[in-house]
Structures are given as structure tokens and as C-alpha cells.
Design a protein around this ligand. Sequence first.
Ligand code: GLU
Ligand code: ZN
Length: 315
Amino acid sequence: MPTIIPTGRLAPTPSGLLHLGNARSFLLAWLWARAAGGRVVLRIEDIDRPRCRPHLRAHALEDLQWLGLDWDELAPDQSTRTEVYRAALQALIEKRLAYPCTCTRKDIEEASSAPHGDEGAIYPGTCRGKWRDAAQAEAETGREPAWRFLWQGPSVRFHDQVAGEVTVEPSKLGDFVLWRRDDLPSYQLAVTVDDAAQAVTQVLRGRDLLLSTARQLALYQALGLSAPMQWAHVPFIQDAQGRRMSKRDGDISIKALRDRGVDPRKAVGFLAWTAGLVDGVALRMPSQLAEGFDPANLSRDEFILTDAHLTELAR
Ligand code: GLU
Ligand code: ZN
């Protein structure tokens, strides 16, 4: 048996500046890999090319370095790997595990039988078995089809270090998109192919992706790839209105802290405190927090960020 090197990854999407919420997930992912004596892969997830910008990519790398997070390998940017993802799609088509779908978002919302899950309308399988191939789908509807995963499998079970045992019925999530109508790979397909290619063994990311792990596990199985072995989906930082931090509403960015001359150890100490890793806010470096780090001990609650916290942090 070859020895398995614990490998974690940082996977920023450069469609906006990194904010405190992203930074905290990256800090925790880094700590987990380092605590295991493992490697860290940095991968830029820019498949959504229309929304990603080169200067934001540069800022993401600078932000991570400023926080004191390093990496052992810079994986190829996802935007350079379209053909690799296309080959994976092709393999699924050949196994009859992918089918063309011409439904619009509105069609799916309106399908009377479509139940709503946590993530909005569940795709009701309208195009399953409907089209011989993409050409026929396009000829008859005048629409470029997307490709969906024919998810028939048994229920998916995995252990999450924060959420515990998770069991997901495929029918609760529905057949998901592998390839978009605008001819781009989906997040699910790209992340599965890449985590396997980069020999990632542990994934720590935001709680919003907990159910996507079930989708990805189904894809590893279908593609005959080996999946990461450990998963941790961590709570968010929210604002006082209970909204998750996002790149859109101008939440405080790491770059803004950098530009103000904030001590990065202050940001790291603050983030560690918000995650329940340490008792009080003090200057800390990531390397000082790695020993004994275990995602199972993280706070399970969303952290509410107030203006007072921000003022204190930016002082
Ligand atoms: N690129 C995603 C993000 O920035 C993370 C995806 C993942 O960790 O699987 O939200
Ligand atoms: Zn459809």
C-alpha cells in the first residue's frame, strides 16, 4: 500500500475579494491539514470565467499570504482544465449517467410536481430519457442543452466532522448539472475531478456545501475515482441580520484590512476566536494554532459579526 499523505486544499473563487468568512474557512482548512502533518494545495476555482477577474486572483493569493497561510502546491487554475472536465463528462455520457436537459430555470420552478428542498426547486427529472442526444435536444427546442447527472444510486452516507453522520437520498436533491448551457463545467464536476487529481484527502469548507458532498461522492463513484476521506463543513460568519457574509454586499474584505495596516495576527486571532478555537482575542499566527487542531471541537454555531467587532478589528 502506498502511504497516503494527508492533503487539504484552499479553493478560493476569485469573483470577489476574500472576506472574513472565506478567510476563516481557509484558516481552518489549513490548520486541519497542518495538524495532520499534511500538505496544502491551493486551487483557484475560476470556472465561472465571466465572473472571475485576474486582479481578484492576485488579491486572493496576497490575502492568504498576508494571513500566514502557505501552500505546498499551486494546482492549475480550473479555467485551464476545461478539456479534463469535458473528458469526465464524456465518460459519464458513455456510461449513460449523463443526459441533456433543455429546461430553463423557469420550467423547473413551474413544474407542478417539483418539490422544494433546502436549496430551492428540485429538478424533477423532466428530461431523463427524453432526448437521444444533445443534437436532437437542440434541434427540437432551439436551446443549447445542459447536461445532468442521472442520479439513481443508493442513498449516500458520510461522516462529517462537524455535523456527524449524514445520509442523503438522491431524490431529495435531484439530478444536478454537470455541464452548463453556456458550455462551462459545473462546480460539482470540476471540484470532484480536481480533488481526485490532486489527491485531496480532507475537505473543510462552508456549511452551505454539506449536501453537495453527497453529490460529489456519487460522482467519485460513477467516475471510478477515489474520494477524499474526511469532511468538515463549518458554520458561517453572519451579520446582525442573520445573513451570511457575501462578496456582494461589500462585507469587510481581507484586502481592506491589509490596506488599513491591520496586523494580520490580529485578524487570525480574531477569526480563531470566532470559531471557538481560543478563549480570547489575542495576536496569533496560524502556525501557533495548528497543534491539536480538530474540527470536531469547533463551535457549531454561526458567529454573528457586529459593527463593534469590525471597529475593534480595524483599529
Ligand atoms: N470555490 C468555492 C468557494 O470559494 C469552494 C468550493 C469548495 O471548497 O468545494 O466558495
Ligand atoms: Zn430538463
